[in-house]
Design a binder for this molecule. Structure first.
Ligand SMILES: NC(=O)C1=CN([C@@H]2O[C@H](COP(=O)(O)OP(=O)(O)OC[C@H]3O[C@@H](n4cnc5c(N)ncnc54)[C@H](OP(=O)(O)O)[C@@H]3O)[C@@H](O)[C@H]2O)C=CC1
Ligand SMILES: O=C(O)C1=N[C@H](C(=O)O)C[C@H](O)C1
Length: 253
């Protein structure tokens, strides 16, 4: 049995993962971490990781960037593998994750779904072929409870595209403050927020008289939970290192 500490356990993703782990035979949520302790969880919940006296094998984090420092201290002190799915981390926080991965296994992905990770591969290929004649714009849509914008996935897609191009593109976030034509050296990134949209990402390659659009639509949060639980199985007993969905997909296929 792999014992998990669920960080952000009272939140939307924390609750979906708790339900799915309870249905699995090899994983269980042994403890939770959140801002508030809640009475109807089936495991103990801590509002301070220093107080956590439950032995766990892996941490899954779907919470808030403010939680990261505490999680890093706890993981390093207890040599506990750490999965970070929280988005909106600063570049400095991502660097800290990389540093810590020299001592413990760290898994970091802005999107735990298989489909989005395939989309990243497809858009990289498209970007290479269309590099000189097409403008690239990314549009993401999420529910009205989402705090960060643009989504971590939209930024990760833009980074993947940039890694495939011979010249780095500048990211332009909506255009209300710009009074000039679009340059050839930019990737536009746009966020829509409303209702209960689970998560949609669309990459538009707009050329002269033709448009190619590559889309991913998440219709449930379970797809991210499935990915997070697979990441827990993957990271348990791994050597220190900085892992992502590509490592998980290559190992399991
Ligand atoms: N990588 C992926 O595949 C996915 C990533 N995400 C990301 O996961 C994160 C959580 O998403 P979601 O579950 O929808 O959000 P929720 O707001 O529903 O849940 C987050 C939980 O974390 C708690 N929390 C906030 N700050 C802290 C803190 N400093 N320490 C401990 N707990 C804290 C919140 O408490 P309170 O509500 O009281 O503030 C809440 O209970 C987001 O960053 C989101 O973008 C989401 C889905 C997929
Ligand atoms: O907040 C969410 O809900 C989601 N956040 C992630 C992101 O910011 O990319 C992934 C997913 O789209 C759902």
């Amino acid at each position: 049995m792999i014992n998990i500490l669920m960080s952000g356990c009272n939140g939307k993703m924390g609750q979906v993962i708790s339900r799915m782990a309870a249905e699995s035979e090899d994983l269980m949520i042994a403890a939770g971490y959140d801002k508030y302790t809640k009475i109807n969880n089936t495991y103990p919940v801590f509002d301070d990781l220093e107080k956590c006296d439950v032995k766990v094998d892996v941490i899954i984090d779907f919470s808030n960037p403010d939680a990261l420092d505490g999680l890093l201290s706890y993981s390093v002190k207890n040599k506990t593998p750490l999965i970070v799915a929280t988005t909106g981390l600063s570049p400095n926080q991502v660097n800290k994750l990389r540093e810590v991965s020299e001592a413990i296994p760290v898994f970091f992905s802005a999107n735990m779904s298989l489909g989005v990770n395939l989309l990243m591969d497809l858009v990289k290929k498209a970007a290479k072929v269309l590099e000189y004649n097409f403008d690239i714009e990314i549009i993401e849509k999420h529910h009205n409870q989402k705090i960060d914008a643009p989504s971590g996935t939209a930024l990760a897609i833009a980074d993947e595209i940039n890694s495939a191009l011979s010249e780095k593109q500048e990211y332009v976030y909506d255009r209300h403050s710009r009074r000039k034509k679009r340059s050839k050296k930019e990737i536009g990134i746009h966020a829509v927020r409303g209702g209960t949209i689970v998560g949609e990402h669309s990459v538009v390659f707009a050329g002269t008289d033709e448009i190619i659009e590559i889309n991913h639509i998440a219709t449930s949060k379970e797809i991210f939970a499935t990915g997070a639980l697979s990441a827990a199985r993957f990271l348990y007993n791994k050597k220190p290192g900085f892992y992502n969905m590509n490592d998980l997909i290559s190992e399991t296929n």
